[in-house]
Design a protein around this ligand. Structure first.
Ligand code: NAI
Length: 398
């Protein structure tokens, strides 16, 4: 099969296996050539197959103390007719890269929210991973979660709480700017979103790991959050996702007390920069903000992609000597995004943006390139005319 990009709305229906390999390799190369740090030796990353989780895994394995890693993700394999998800291939090719360096890289593909997945990971840590992990990073983004205690499936909503919000956004499928409305959430929708994207599952993971005695003394856990500027507060901070992230922050405070007492450990939320990922592409109105942010930060020479932002978080902040921690104990690698000069410039451009000029005024190309790269497309050294034997590739196991 010749694998071609097929985009529907904000979703890529195909992923190019060799392009995903290239995307992983480029991130590995970046980290190998960037600042090195003394960090984790044994890491567990929940949500490790794409976006921030994959970048975390790559930084810890190739930019720090050569960590052995366990990655948990929910991805779909190729079935010979369909290409499989990008994350599926990222898992496989990350593992190949790690094994070349003699590192352990174990992938668990399935539902991280379930008790079964937690049990399997704990069993593996005990029996085959040396008994303990020294860092746990929680980087899940999901639209649904089945609560393992009740069996009830909860669905998150990407909605506001301050009334319907209509604004322009990018439509990659059609290559145009269009108006999108983010609707106002009901109380129930808000609660459901907190159930899915709040801290409940992170808490279950950390306590299960701690009770099973697989967290090393001093082990720290981090979960990723977003805050965003005033400009988009209606669609994020003050909306359903913001409520879920506040719950995540509350969970960090509780887990910090719990871990300090149990293993002299700690728990933090890291507030990261807005970036194109599979998850963020879904948030109504967000893509245009991201494309404007890219434009302004690139012009100022301070733009970071997923790997640059994540590597700075670990090299400078978590394992480095210049952590930025705010009054609420949150680590803030989003500090450059929220600089006044960056936000003022974005607001200025936004006033003038229209259907004719959005490609010049925003970094539309940069946004689309990242979106394509994330699905394995758009690399100049990948032969996209190649007839790929998906059945053969399907034999590669994560
Ligand atoms: P992503 O979509 O690239 O990654 C999500 C990960 O979660 C994937 O590895 C996926 O396989 C995994 N996953 C989803 N459901 C699962 C399940 N049931 N079981 C096991 N694994 C599952 O998303 P992204 O953007 O990297 O998000 C990760 C975290 O970073 C989220 O908490 C997000 O809110 C946060 N964040 C994202 C920002 C952005 O602009 N993309 C900005 C700041 C924070």
């Amino acid at each position: 099969m010749v694998v071609e990009p097929k985009v529907k709305g904000s979703l890529s229906l195909t992923a190019h296996p060799y392009g995903c390999r290239e995307a992983v390799k480029r991130q590995v190369e970046y980290v190998k050539n960037a600042k090195q740090y003394k960090g984790s030796k044994k890491a567990l990353i929940i949500g490790a197959s794409s976006g921030y989780g994959l970048a975390t895994r790559i930084s810890l394995a190739f930019g720090g103390s050569k960590a052995d890693t366990i990655g948990v993700s929910y991805e779909t394999a190729s079935n010979g007719r369909k290409t499989g998800t990008a994350g599926w291939w990222n898992n496989i090719f990350f593992k190949q890269e790690a094994e070349k360096e003699g590192l352990l890289a174990k992938n668990f593909v399935g539902d991280a929210f379930s008790y079964e997945m937690k049990d399997e990971v704990i069993k593996y840590i005990k029996e085959e991973f040396g008994g303990k992990v020294d860092i746990v990073v929680y980087s899940l983004a999901s639209g649904v979660r089945t609560d393992p205690k009740t069996g009830i499936t909860h669905k998150s909503s990407l909605k506001s709480r301050t009334g319907n919000i209509t604004g322009p956004t990018l439509n990659i499928e059609k290559g145009c700017l269009e108006d999108k409305t983010m609707e106002n959430a009901t109380d129930e929708e808000l609660e459901e979103t907190v159930k899915v994207m709040g801290g409940e599952d992170w808490d279950l993971w950390v306590k299960a790991l701690c009770e099973a005695d697989v967290l090393a003394s001093g082990c720290k856990t981090y979960a990723y959050s977003y805050l965003g500027p005033e400009l988009i507060s209606g669609i994020y901070r003050d909306g359903t996702l913001g409520a879920a992230k506040r719950h995540l922050e509350q969970t960090a405070r509780e887990l910090s007390i719990y871990l300090k007492e149990k293993i002299d450990g700690d728990a933090y939320v890291s507030v990261n920069k807005a970036l194109v990922t599979k998850a963020s592409a879904y948030i109504p109105i967000f893509p245009l903000y991201a494309a404007l942010l890219y434009k302004v930060m690139k012009n100022m020479g301070i733009h970071e992609g997923t790997i640059e932002q994540t590597h700075r978080l670990f090299a400078d902040m978590i394992y480095g000597d210049s952590p930025e921690i705010d009054d609420e104990r949150r680590i803030r690698p989003d500090n450059w995004e929220l600089r006044d000069d960056v936000q003022e410039k974005i607001s200025e451009i936004l006033k003038d943006i229209n259907h004719e000029n959005f490609k010049e005024l925003s970094d539309y190309k940069g946004y689309v390139d990242d979106f394509m790269n994330m699905n394995g497309f758009g690399f100049d050294n990948v032969d996209y005319s190649e007839d790929i034997d998906l059945d053969e590739l399907a034999k590669l196991k994560p």
